[in-house]
Design a protein around this ligand. Sequence first.
Ligand code: ADP
Length: 481
Amino acid sequence: MIIDQAIIQPLLVRMDAYAPVINLAGRQRMLSQKLAKAALAAESAPDSQLREASRAELSVALAEWIAANDALRHGSDELRIPRIVSAELESEWAALDHDFQPIVDAAQQIIAGNDEPPRAAAILTHEAPFLARMEQIVGLFELEAAQEVARLRIYSLAIAAAVASLLVTLGWFVVRPATRAIRTQVDELEHRVAQRTADLAEMVASLQHEVAERKLAEANSRRLAAQLSHADRVASMGHLAIGLAHELNQPLGAIANFAAASEVILEQSPPADDRRLHQYLRQISEASLRAGQIVHRIRRFVARTKDDANDYEPVDLAALIREVVDLCQYEIRRHETTLDLRLGEHPVQVAADPIEIQQVLVNLVQNALQSMLAIPAASRCIAIELEVDDDWATVNVFDNGPGFDAADLEAPFAPFHTTKAAGLGVGLSICRTIIAAHGGDIRIRPATSGAHVAFQLPVTQPNVSLANEAEPFEIMDRITG
Ligand code: ADP
């Protein structure tokens, strides 16, 4: 179509040029007749006036007739007549001159006033052969045009055939091999994809198997960690039990004494001292409360660790530290150690399993007490400090012992790392597991003297009072205070 538009259509447009040729040839035939008519009229007019008019008409007709003849023979841009050159046409034009020239001469004689016969007769004599030859010339023009159209048809058919064979050649030599090559590659690709899919399916299956195995291993390790943590706590209980038994002795003894004193007062009838009786009874109730509290603490501490982190509850860290200090009170006194507690005035809320955080603190306090056995009692001091910022609550535990090896502050957290003859070396490792599970961090901090261990927990609602948690300790403070 592009070739048709670019080459054939312009050529066909050029063919239109033949139409004006044929029109002009027809007009010239008509002018020939007009010429003959005017010549006859000029010769045979009855008076000089009519003769003059016929001569003028003849002059105009002759000029137009000659112009038309020139245009047909040599071409005319003005009349859109192309110059058509062919041997046959040239010989026809030459032959036409035999009739053309005598007609022109005769007409010019008549126009010049030399109008006696046989001028018009000469025109008439040459007109018939002139028109016949002109007819022939027009026929040749038409033939030329038809041949041109036929040639163009052949060109366009040849071009179409060339394009078609080009397409076939392209199809056969380029597209077909290319299609084959593409099909081979697609087949190969499909094969590779199928193979990869199979490999992937195998990998997915083995990954699923691995994930299942890892989940099982994780569940096992969680269970073992919980068991180990529990064992560690039970071991800690060994140390604490003596102190707790001693502490229980005191309220129980007080209960017995006050009960006996009350009995003495009651034996007197009426009771001699109502006021003291009431005071003893109140003290009995307070002492039994304290004993109950101690037993409650022991039961909570030895209780199994909860597995599920979702069970974390809001805990006031300051109150929890006080509870641990209470729990370790006897141990601290036994080791003749001073305790410096810096907890601030406000509750510090964290989301935690309180038993686990207690276990961490008990471990740190016991480690501190044990590390100071080698130094004089007067120098033994443990400081527990609670710091809070917007995001973190930090518990710092300091002691005056020999401290850690500054070259490797991570080593003590490795499981079974111990320098003690009877040590298990799992305390700090369990502490790290517990604190990490709470989203926090525990580290040994560099210290110029003694030891400094610090753990951090994310704060949930800083400085919000926890009424329920605070209450038991207020009672404790009153009792111990
Ligand atoms: P264990 O107390 O059974 O040895 P831990 O994991 O609690 O296990 O402690 C590991 C080691 O870290 C201890 O053996 C001790 O060498 C060292 N360590 C722990 N706490 C202190 C401390 N406060 N001062 C100096 N060394 C300590």
